[in-house]
Write a protein that binds this ligand. Sequence first.
Ligand code: PRX
Length: 662
Amino acid sequence: MTDEVASTEGRAAIEDFYTEDRRFPPPEEFRANALVTDRSLYDQADADWQSFWEDQARSLDWFEPWHTVLEWDLPFARWFVGGKLNVSYNCLDRHVAAGRGDRVAYYFEGEPGDRRTITYAELLAEVERFANVLRSLGVERSDRVAIYMPMIPELPVAMLACTRIGAAHSVVFGGFSPDALRDRIEDAQAKVLITADGGWRRGSPVRLKENADAALEGTSSVQHVVVARRVTEIDGKPVPMTPGRDQFWDDLMAAADPSCVAVPLDSEELLYLLYTSGTTARPKGIMHTTGGYLTQAAFTHRYVFDLHPETDVYWCAADIGWVTGHTYIVYGPLANGATSVIYEGTPDYPAKDRWWEIVERYGVTILYCAPTAIRTFMKWGDSYPGSHDLSSLRLLGSVGEPINPEAWMWYQSRIGTGRCPVVDTWWQTETGGIMISPLPGVTTTKPGSATFPLPGIGAEVVDDDGKPVERGGGYLTLTRPWPGMLRGIYGDPERYRATYWSRFEGRYFAGDGAKVDEDGYLWLLGRVDDVMNVSGHRVSTTEVESALVDHSAVAEAAVVGAKDDTTGQAVIAFVTLKSGEAPSEERGEELRRHVATKIGAIARPKTVVFTEELPKTRSGKIMRRLLKDVAEGRDLGDTTTLADAGVVEEIRRLSAANPTEE
Ligand code: PRX
């Protein structure tokens, strides 16, 4: 594929050469039972998008109706103003009250092979008890609760318990380091931290409690720590508990009152914070609120995945620590009364067919995952999916990064055996829910295209001057507010305006490049800012650079995302050491470890390139674009490239040949 997104500074905005002429209309067998097979939802939304969203909001249970559908004071939105509802009530109580208490909410599969089936009635009982636990620890409405857990059922229980009493959660992905956890706890001023002794990953325990203890050193907001028992022992010992601060989940649950009534909350009550990387070193606390978010979560989950809650077994293979898990493992599926699978571990443990074994065991009908996983499975070969019965599958989804047509075709033909529509869904932490995606019973798909904005959503590609592009490349913008949109950045309204609403007047700028083809289909081309997308996760170049220069041997560092066949992009670090420090393979490894410790394994550079100087413009700005060319033009290997004369020479040559100010 020859599409290229260039830097917003410097060269022409976006070049576009690639054409794809394969077309996949919805398979007849699928259409026969699909929820929507015509354009009625689009027509209704085109006629009046606000009343369209009102109709969707009516599928939820409200304690009090709203009086105004939308108050829009650009860039600040309030949806379903005056309405009162409760998220956990919508996700649990109403299904149980309607006689669906025995329906399975989650099939949980632990990495070691342990399994639990949890019905809606059982989930409600746990959530009520845990809501009382939170109250007993002093958590009140609008307090923030930090959650740092493995993928175990206690994680959604903790989230839903917060929503029951009007506390906001801030889930921090279990792969993040103590430093990253501490920053997030401090920014949110969380009162309670919920964690686990550990979690299982590739057969070994992840040391969550140890990390949590390290994160809490030097912070003062957290008064209590709740510890779920998952691995029981680490290094042959139970985890240390700090008296007066730490308590085990099961002890607290045993002592808690079993009933807790869901509190009616304002539609605009803060539901959660989720931190995401941007173009600076400081992560942003993205704010999501109650009524609008749940409306979009439920709507998109029902229609994009063509959900038939009585019969489908749905599996979103993301981690709940990212937005995909928030919206499409917890809130969307539960609001719709779906039956979902939660899997704790990695796809290759104990063998590379673990996912396909899970699909076969539970009869998964809908699978939602990231292109990086699909490309990994492609690499492993057809024999792993081939050795399992995958005939239960009827719909496949993709999210997190552009899916290349080859991966799309493999997914469609090898996993879906040509019977299953593939929905490539574009959205972001900030959008709260899916924005651009096919409707599987309606849209003719093209491999690699996210196709069209969903009903009710306004999206347009614009050029450098903000003028809509009818055909060709440009920047993806959103043209009107949507119910699940972020309400701001926690504690920093100005940064919210500057980050998303200042580049193009009156438009939300997503930070992504996109192109429109001759049929009006949208193709996402990746980030155009200093954000990398590694395995579907956002990593900021600045954040990794800060972590590198934090090391005592490093004078200067520049980080770029280079194309990678499996992870989409890989983190490549160019490092200049302080004088007296010598580059070595060990040093490279140490720096990679240092980044993993400062941020988390997701940000660990694939390659560290030592160079005596970094290419700079006359005004002293590092020419990242050029480094990206170097990184993409060469096979830099997997770990450390020692002060390789060739690379340095190439950097020199390119800087001389390319005097453009970046
Ligand atoms: O660059 C886009 C890419 O992921 C970014 C959002 O990342 P995050 O907030 O972590 O959320 C990921 C899961 C929703 C976007 O700005 N992205 C997400 N989905 C797609 C995508 N790029 C292309 N195609 C997609 N389907």
